[in-house]
Design a protein around this ligand. Structure first.
Ligand SMILES: Nc1ncnc2c1ncn2[C@@H]1O[C@H](COP(=O)(O)OP(=O)(O)OP(=O)(O)O)[C@@H](O)[C@H]1O
Ligand code: SF4
Ligand SMILES: [Mg+2]
Length: 338
């Protein structure tokens, strides 16, 4: 079998803290993305989603110590020089951040910016051809009258259109991998759905592998085929979306699912996970989820659970075997043996 498009193995990121304290933001992350696959990475704020993706792209500050392996089409990226990574970013990995304004230059027209992104990696292309390609890219992301829109500045675009422009820029050099970090969080619900449709179309038509980072498990449900659930710097559950939703093998995933509105039972009471994720400097011993977990036992306070295969998925829970599939109206989703 050929290597996955993106293969992350045992990735760890440690930041230098005050004195001799080191802050481990990400630990032991394994994650694969196949060509043409959408892999959702889900977790609450501070779970390490962005740090993981920044490590993949080589965008962390020098104060971050990154270990493990990140392979793109079989080629190791960890340890590459900044110069080499600059050639890979944009050309082979496109990335889309949460706030489109941070990715756009307010002083240049949208067309100029996309054209520049093309010319950065394709030195021989003429300005005219790059401009034409920029218009084609705006058309690809469904911007109406792209010839005219290319001549406008970012502030003349609505929020949703700006995010489309950023996606067009990320696609400028036809990357094989697109990393989208909360691409719809700043947008209203209708526009969110349109952006998700667009990403899905790029995946299906262009065959790009897509990593979609989100705190909303609901976004992943309709779009992704694979999902990784992160908690306090670790992947705690991973698998095919259908398997994870039908039979979540980790109490945290069950808590996330229980807090989603149910379309078929709109009156069902939503169950929020009690408490908040811990700051990394105060990560609990053993399973970091244990202070919030209704199933925690003594072992959970002592021993970090390894991510292991269980059923069709992977789970990092000592009590994964005690969990049962979710019923159609299960609200106390974290119940074991129910
Ligand atoms: N440069 C840094 N120095 C020290 N700690 C950092 C640094 N960058 C991130 N962290 C810490 O690493 C942890 C993971 O952060 P990260 O940004 O990956 O979270 P996230 O899952 O993307 O959250 P959000 O949903 O809020 O975007 C957090 O506790 C954060 O405070
Ligand atoms: S290992 Fe223990 S505390 Fe952690 S999720 Fe499983 S049961 Fe809960
Ligand atoms: Mg983030």
């Amino acid at each position: 079998m050929s290597a996955p498009l993106l293969q992350i193995r045992d990735l760890a990121v440690t930041f230098a803290g005050q004195g001799r304290n080191h802050l481990q933001a990400v630990c032991g992350v394994d994650l694969d993305v196949e060509k043409g696959q959408l892999h959702g990475v889900v977790g609450e704020s501070g779970s390490g989603k962005s740090v993981t993706m920044m490590a993949v792209m080589g965008l962390l500050s020098p104060s971050a110590c990154v270990t493990g392996s990140v392979r793109l089409d079989g080629e190791e990226l960890i340890g590459k020089s900044e110069r080499a990574m600059r050639r890979i970013r944009g050309a082979r990995i496109g990335y889309i951040f949460q706030d489109p304004m941070t990715a756009l230059n307010p002083l240049l027209t949208v067309g100029e910016q996309i054209s520049e992104a093309i010319r950065l990696h394709e030195r021989k292309i003429t300005r005219r051809s790059a401009n034409e390609r920029a218009v084609d890219l705006l058309r690809l992301v469904a911007i109406p009258i792209p010839e005219r829109r290319a001549l406008q500045y970012p502030h003349e675009f609505s929020g949703g259109m700006r995010q489309r422009a950023v996606i067009a820029m990320a696609m400028a050099n036809e990357p094989s991998l697109l990393i989208a970090d909360e691409p719809t969080t700043a947008l209203d619900v209708t526009i969110q759905a349109q952006i998700m449709e667009l990403l899905e179309r790029l995946r299906a038509d262009k065959g790009v592998g897509l990593v979609l980072v989100t705190h909303d498990l609901g976004v992943v449900a309709g779009a992704a085929s694979a999902v990784s659930i992160m908690y306090s710097g670790r992947v705690v559950e991973q698998g095919h979306v259908d398997d994870v939703f039908a039979f979540p093998r980790h109490p945290y995933t069950r808590g996330l699912l229980a807090s989603l509105p149910q379309l078929d039972h709109p009156t069902a009471r939503l169950v929020a996970i009690p408490g908040a994720p811990p700051p990394i400097a105060m990560r609990p011993s053993g399973c970091a989820f244990h202070p919030r977990c209704p199933l925690a036992i003594e072992r959970c306070r002592i021993e970090v659970p390894a991510l292991r295969a269980i059923g069709a998925s992977m789970s990092a829970c000592h009590r994964a075997e005690d969990l049962r599939p979710l019923g159609p109206t299960t609200n106390e989703a974290t119940h074991a043996g129910a």
